[in-house]
Design a protein around this ligand. Structure first.
Ligand SMILES: O=P(O)(O)OC[C@H]1O[C@H](O)[C@H](O)[C@@H](O)[C@@H]1O
Length: 302
């Protein structure tokens, strides 16, 4: 592992990405001939202990401030108070596995990173759900070409179960979020996390954005399409092993208050996150592994 801020290029056939060893954080990705699909802000700030804005932060082992599950599995509408926000994966220097980093049989540039429980301090580990002494290793594999696939796997190496929340917190680049429709979630339920108690709501039609904050946990892993009128394209996001989909845009007032975003930059992205969070958190028994994955592509026009 290096504690240097190293940024690497992943040039595959038909697309390219950059990735940071800090956070194992994909910073941008575009298929050939397209504006970036994974969004990067105009300035990227690299600072130990601080999450990188934009790209694809890895959320693990809790989402936001975490969640304490109810025995009956229902969502209690409350959040816990774990720190750091969204867990420590996005603020850790990951090990880059040199042996795995190459071009795969489909022409994708591959990067593989690992992180294990010895790299977090005991006070942080003690906040895991169900086990104050979890032992695990995590593997993150990114394949960048004409599509982008990211797969995050956690294995329980200890002798007791633990639970975790996780997300691939993907920032998708759009021309102007107020001219975007997100489809694929019509008829599904979501938790509206902008409202106290996180009420369950039902989605009717496409998701649209009007400059106010959208922060929703959809209880669905359906394929998502982001229809972008300004960039005249549709981004497709599919996920595996992730039971929830978070859709987030901070809107004008919260967006302009985010310190590492320039004024108005909130318009340039919508987050579509492959997640397993709150009542859908993942429990691993000793020896078990779980993978969440997300694949992005741009729909080809006929
Ligand atoms: O600013 P961050 O810590 O990166 O979090 C950004 C956002 O992440 C997720 O999308 C959550 O649902 C939001 O509640 C949160 O505001």
């Amino acid at each position: 592992m290096s504690d240097q801020f190293i940024i690497r290029t992943l040039d595959g056939e038909g697309g390219s990405a950059t990735i940071s060893d800090y956070g194992a954080h994909v910073l941008r990705w575009a298929p050939a001939g397209q504006p970036d699909v994974v969004w990067q802000p105009s300035a990227v700030y690299l600072s130990e202990g601080t999450a990188i804005r934009g790209g694809v932060p890895i959320v693990f082992p809790w989402f936001n401030s975490g969640y304490d599950p109810e025995p009956d599995g229902t969502d209690n509408g409350r959040t816990a108070s774990r720190t750091p926000k969204h867990g420590f994966a996005r603020t850790s220097f990951w090990h880059r596995d040199e042996s795995a980093s190459a071009i795969d049989g489909d022409g994708n540039a591959v990067a593989r990173y690992t992180l294990d429980s010895t790299e977090a301090d005991e006070a942080t580990l003690a906040q895991f759900v169900g086990n104050p002494h979890p032992r695990f290793h995590a593997v993150y594999e990114v394949r960048s070409g004409s599509t982008l696939t990211m797969a995050f796997t956690v294995t329980n190496d200890g002798n007791a179960p633990f639970s975790y929340e996780t997300a691939l917190h993907t920032y998708l680049h759009v021309g102007d979020v107020e001219h975007v429709e997100v489809t694929g979630l019509d008829g599904t339920e979501y938790l509206d996390t902008t409202v106290s108690g996180f009420p369950v709501c039902a989605q009717h039609g496409p998701i649209r954005f009007d400059g106010s904050m959208v922060d929703r946990i959809y209880l669905s892993d359906h394929e998502i399409e982001v229809h972008d009128e300004r960039l005249d394209r549709t981004i497709v996001a599919t996920s595996h092993g992730a039971n929830t989909t978070v859709v987030w845009n901070p809107g004008e007032s919260a967006g302009n208050a985010i310190g590492d975003l320039a004024d108005g930059e909130w318009r340039g992205f919508v987050c579509v996150e492959a997640a397993a969070n709150r009542a859908n958190l993942i429990t691993l028994n000793p020896g078990e592994s779980h993978t969440i994955a997300q694949t992005l592509s741009v729909l080809q026009k006929l």
